[in-house]
Design a protein around this ligand. Structure first.
Ligand code: NAD
Length: 252
């Protein structure tokens, strides 16, 4: 969504901000007047994302880091660096995540741990690192990327829906715990969205899912980013503890 300036002078951190849904969130936030620190997994992808954004608009105020999201110390020092650069953090978007489709009968236990580690610890760690800061500032907004499978489950790759159910639980629980500190905590649950993660799925699976979408199409990253814009903005000032579905009313 262009130039509504809904996030004028806000500072946002977006994990998994180098591509897909996260990159669309970063772009939408920048277009709406925010300063953004994007976190990615590698220096090259972070630099590439920043170059692309600066090529679009040299005035975008964007920086990037690549902390290992499963290492609390790395996450904490990246958050502190953002605070040093911009002086505050108003919005934290925990968007990085990995998916898996293995059958339970040959599920590798280490892969289960890996998915849970990034999708759950990788959400908890940035929150843990930022909450005191937000409390001192008088408030903030925390947004997590869930998934429609966090409501319906998924008939394969059990770690992924398990992790998204956990994200929903963390969202609701922290909304209750942090309301008194004026920190709102919400999640967005995308349906099938056109990103690399979806490109990696077998085509028949995507077709089967798409048939169940009443709006007749898969989502675009921008559809999801617009929900993140609304929830981050003051338009959502009385909304906390929700998981907002952005899935065209997909029936799984
Ligand atoms: P994507 O694969 O295009 O992007 C994933 C992002 O996560 C990338 O920016 C990547 O750098 C980051 N990431 C992956 N592993 C990481 C690691 N170990 N450390 C740090 N960062 C890492 O995927 P996407 O579709 O844009 O997914 C973004 C979020 O949306 C995920 O949480 C995903 O579960 C969720 N989601 C996606 C869909 C969909 O259909 N695309 C649907 C529902 C939910």
């Amino acid at each position: 969504m262009n130039n509504l300036n809904l996030l004028k002078d806000k500072v946002a951190v977006v994990t998994g901000g180098t591509r897909g849904i996260g990159f669309a969130i970063v772009k939408t936030y920048l277009k709406n007047g925010a300063k953004v620190a994007l976190f990615g997994s590698r220096e090259e992808t972070v630099n590439k994302a920043i170059s692309e954004l600066k090529a679009e608009n040299p005035n975008y105020d964007v920086i990037g880091y690549f902390p290992k999201l499963t290492d609390y110390k790395e996450v904490e020092s990246a958050i502190l660096r953002v605070k040093e650069v911009y002086g505050k953090i108003d919005i934290l978007v925990n968007n990085a995540g990995v998916s898996a489709r293995d059958s339970i009968f040959n599920y590798n236990p280490e892969d289960f741990d890996k998915t849970l580690s990034l999708n759950v610890n990788g959400v908890f760690y940035p929150i843990r690192a930022v909450v005191s800061l937000m409390k001192e500032q008088g408030g903030g907004v925390i947004l997590n990327t869930s998934s429609m499978v966090g409501e319906y489950g998924q008939p394969a790759g059990v770690a992924y829906p398990t992790s998204k159910f956990a994200v929903n639980g963390m969202t609701k629980s922290l909304a209750r715990e942090l309301g008194k500190d004026n920190i709102r905590v919400n999640a967005v649950a995308p349906g099938v969205t056109r990103t690399d993660m979806v490109a990696a799925l077998p085509a028949p699976m995507v077709e089967a899912i798409s048939k169940n979408i009443p709006l007749g199409r898969v989502g675009e990253p921008e559809d999801v980013a617009n929900a993140f814009l609304f929830l981050a903005s003051d338009l959502a000032s009385y909304i906390t503890g929700v998981t907002l579905r952005v899935d065209g009313a997909t029936m799984c």
